[in-house]
Design a protein around this ligand. Structure first.
Ligand code: AMP
Length: 208
């Protein structure tokens, strides 16, 4: 049995066609079904549906053999203990700083709200900017509006969320896409099944 960890939402939606090409179609829809383990049309493959930030943990500990996770989550987690054999080129977006549209260029000591504490720390250090990082778990956009922070570090796709909250994107920190990650022991123990899946994904991606 191969277990693949995926998070609900954008990554799941973008991963579905890729999985389908490999004959993996979940038999339930996580939008309407509360099951956390989804069987698929391939009897040897199941999906576990978890929070995006938990995907590297499940794969690291071998609770899932493979996972699909954003590069943002992998860097923040520190995923040295995982193999990352494939850039799936899905759920693409940008990790950016953003501030109120009327705010001046940030300088001096600043406060930054984000869930990406490690990435933000190393980014502002690399820019020589003194930043106090405030960890939030969601609704980052609110922080500059209520005086909690001077700017945020968050994922930006269309920019609609920023615009709707009178914020604007400022500096690009990195481009993000989702990656396939593999548990190191599983890569050895289930080599045949995993490499067949990798080859299938590579083929699908090459044809896109
Ligand atoms: P948008 O309004 O299209 O710029 O999307 C921004 C919102 O969606 C923010 O709350 C982001 O955290 C979230 N978001 C954007 N792209 C992704 C992605 N690829 N994966 C997860 N969340 C995302």
């Amino acid at each position: 049995m191969l277990t693949i960890a995926v998070s609900k939402g954008r990554i799941y939606e973008d991963a579905l066609p890729l999985l389908a090409e490999a004959g993996i179609v979940p038999t339930d829809d996580p939008k309407t079904c509360r099951k956390l383990i989804l069987a698929t049309t391939r009897p040897d493959v199941q999906l576990v549906i978890i929070r995006a930030t938990d995907v590297p943990t499940f794969v690291e500990y071998g609770a899932a053999d493979l996972g699909i996770a954003g590069k943002d989550v992998l860097i923040e987690h520190g995923a040295e203990s995982l193999y990352e054999p494939l850039d799936l080129n899905i759920a693409c977006c940008r990790l950016m700083t953003a501030a109120h549209k009327d705010a001046p260029k940030l300088s001096g000591r600043i406060r930054v709200a984000t869930k990406y504490v490690k990435i933000a720390q190393s980014y502002f250090a690399s820019q020589g900017i003194q930043a106090e990082i405030i960890k939030l778990y969601g609704s980052m956009e609110l922080a500059p509006l209520v005086g909690l922070a001077d700017c945020i570090v968050d994922l930006v796709d269309t920019g609609n969320t920023l615009r709707a909250n009178d914020l604007e994107p400022r500096e690009l920190i990195m481009n993000i896409s989702s990656r396939l990650v593999v548990n190191k022991a599983a890569m050895k123990m289930k080599h045949e099944a995993i490499s067949a899946l990798l080859t299938q994904f590579e083929k699908t991606l090459a044809n896109r």
